[in-house]
Design a protein around this ligand. Structure first.
Ligand SMILES: [Zn+2]
Length: 254
């Protein structure tokens, strides 16, 4: 993204309402070089956590979002997708150091496998009071393929399993690949499984009957600290706003 585009984003963001808190998301963290949305270098994430701490940002756990008293201009919600072991090895110590709370969306089949969190790590982080957890299906399936035949295995059993292994009640769900359609939104809403559904397109669509639909913006390895600052201030919501306009409202995911 060039400087002119960034300036346009910054300018147009003045006219597009940003719903608070702003949600940002990551995946894996590495000591080596990163890879766009999928993997971010350790030094960069430390720099970003330092920025949040220095600028008095308050970070919320999933369960704290409904407490309006906690929401201000400087409130953000951080989530990590998929449950990488780096979230425990690298992010958790940084979170304790900078007093930053974060949340992790777990894919059940990945837990305890190479490069992913174990139940012990999940429990230790949960008990610290700095980390909460949501669900990200059993097999990381595209949510548009969830129906009556696999709803129990991809959704219900995941929540039961997380509860059995960690006593965590799951109220938050993130669409793998950021992909969803009206059918799955209605389906999850009607079944009343989760209180909040998370997308990857930063379009806050308000509430359905039961669940709230929360937009998030991804942090990329190539983001500068200035890009990060724009993202946590919600300036990037204008990109998604224009993308949605361009696709007449059919735009989902990134
Ligand atoms: Zn994922």
């Amino acid at each position: 993204m060039n400087l002119i585009t960034k300036k346009i984003i910054e300018f147009s963001s003045k006219f597009i309402p940003v719903s608070k808190p702003v949600h940002i998301y990551y995946h894996d963290v590495t000591l080596d070089s990163g890879m766009s949305f999928m993997r971010i270098n350790y030094k960069k994430i430390e720099e970003q956590f330092m920025y949040l701490s220095k600028n008095n940002y308050q970070t919320l756990l999933f369960s704290e979002q409904e407490n309006d008293k906690l929401i201000s201009q400087e409130t953000i919600v951080i989530s990590f997708d998929d449950g990488f072991v780096s979230n425990y090895e690298f992010v958790f110590p940084l979170a304790l150091k900078y007093k930053i709370k974060f949340n992790i969306f777990l894919t059940l089949d990945y837990i305890g496998t190479q490069n992913y969190l174990t139940w012990d790590m999940i429990n230790e982080m949960y008990q610290s009071g700095y980390v909460e957890f949501g669900a990200h299906t059993k097999s990381h399936i595209d949510s548009r393929k969830i129906n009556d035949a696999n709803f129990a295995s991809e959704i219900i059993n995941v929540n039961d399993s997380i509860h059995k292994n960690s006593k965590i009640k799951v109220d938050d769900f993130c669409f793998p690949f950021g992909m969803y359609n009206e059918n799955i939104l209605q389906y999850l809403d009607n079944k009343k499984v989760y209180r909040r559904l998370y997308t990857s397109d930063m379009v806050n669509r308000g509430s359905m009957n039961y669940s709230k639909i929360v937009g998030r913006i991804g942090i990329r390895d190539e983001d500068t600290l200035k890009d990060f600052e724009r993202k946590v201030k919600g300036h990037y919501s204008s990109i998604y706003y224009f993308k949605r306009l361009r696709s007449f409202g059919n735009y989902h995911g990134i």
